[in-house]
Design a protein around this ligand. Structure first.
Ligand SMILES: [Zn+2]
Length: 98
């Protein structure tokens, strides 16, 4: 009965796929507190870096006011944490998006 009328979230499926998965919440990397269950791009991997470049190139083409985009990554493990974009026409004000 317990499983009915309950929202099924990611944790539910993680637990279903791996009964040993602990309900403590996502396990985070020590260096940058990223969810280890999540597939993250890694700037140290050549293939991932190419994807990052492609993404930035596309964004720069799409948004003419974006001057540059910095792929901010963890200095220890290289996981991509976020993209930080610099917007041209807002007096040095920075905008962020993911
Ligand atoms: Zn890290």
């Amino acid at each position: 009965m317990a499983k009915y009328n309950k929202p099924l979230n990611r944790d539910y499926f993680k637990k279903r796929d791996n009964p040993k998965w602990d309900k403590e919440g996502p396990r985070l990397t020590k260096c940058c507190e990223q969810d280890t269950d999540q597939e993250m791009l890694n700037v140290k991997k050549k293939k991932d870096w190419e994807l990052i470049e492609d993404y930035i190139e596309k964004k720069l083409r799409e948004y003419s006011s974006t001057e540059s985009i910095t792929p901010v990554s963890c200095k220890t493990c290289g996981r991509l944490v976020k993209y930080q974009s610099k917007i041209e026409d807002s007096k040095g004000k920075r905008g962020w998006f993911k």
